[in-house]
Design a protein. Sequence first.
Length: 438
Amino acid sequence: MAGNSNNNIIAELKNISHYFPQPSGQSFKVVENFNLPVKTGEVLSLLGPSGSGKSTILRILAGLIKPTEGEVLSYGQLLSGINPQASIVFQKFALFPWLTVQENIAVGFEGKSIDLDMQKEMISKVIDKIGLDGFEEAYPRELSGGMKQRVGIARALVSDTELLCLDEPFSELDLLTAIHLRDEVLNLWLAHEKNPKSIFLVSHNIEEVVYLASRIVILTPPPAKIHTIIENNIPYPRDYRSGLFMEMVEKIQDIITSVVIPEKPTVEVKAELLKLPFRVDAVPRAEVTEIIGLLEALNDNQGRLDIFDFAGEVGKDFGRIALIVKAAELLDFIDSMKHEIIFTDLGKKFVGSDINERKIILNKQLQNLGLAKIIIDMLKKSKETKLPREVIIDELILLLPTENPDRIFRTLISWGRYAELFGYNAKEKIVYLDRIVQ
């Protein structure tokens, strides 16, 4: 730690931006100008929907990914390669099926010069601490999901690093197992007997974050930026049922709702510059079947639904539900008020119709969307009302430069196919106009 400019900061991200190449040849920006210190002695959580860049940020912090732009610091020193102070527990168990529990844990020693006797002693201690006694010789196929994740946590702990990075490690577990394992990880940190000094948690689960984190960073949709940082001063141990806990959850729900489902969607700058006579919004990543499922659930709940409650009932990431809500709202099937949704008259008509009438309604609604209008116009002006996929992709890049054009294309074509508005020949990569419902 010689030369360290700030002993209170264990790791830091400075001016980080990261791009992923797309099949179209373009690059999609997933993180933009991101600055965040991780302090010694804290549980810092990144909270945001799936696809918001959380896991990418964690991997950059741990040195698994080199950022396109910016710097990663470890105790004030520029990081090159793997962060020696960080270990990771992944969402998927990531165990080697041909290795025993002991052997899987020993993988945590890779790259470290520790003699075998010391390794055995350290493995024995961490097995005792994490509750794996009696399973030392077991193989992953013999373990439950909770026990597999215990092995992943033990492997991270045995390396004795100061920063424990958790990439949604409880999301694959049943509720009771997840709650129990959260407590065990938190108690290890609270004991302050040894490492980890700090925990960096990635999650989309609000209750989990409020229960564990001392500092909560809420991200914007991609490209990921910091929207809000909340200091969580609720004393440990925390009670899920306490007034303070529920107030914090409600506060974060309101913030995330305003981030993911803004009341007034932003008009794209490119559309304004091109002087288009209508709004051009990106279509959210949601399947038509998911939109229909949301509308049917709304119908089953007397036309009023809390989307956080609904996400919990169906066991889905809130961010995923929020995207479906945005899609249904864009199509004018629902209205949203904070995190509650209600039917529009058109939404009631849609959910009460048979499949053929639903196709007609969706066809008409798509014709009102800015992006679909542009593609319809392009197809009408083309020979035989057909265009190569690349031509549509290039237009999407021009109109929505900050969005993922391949994702937008797939979603819009999927909606258009259901509504029989667009057709797509995947072999020849040709988009064609199917039918216009008047």
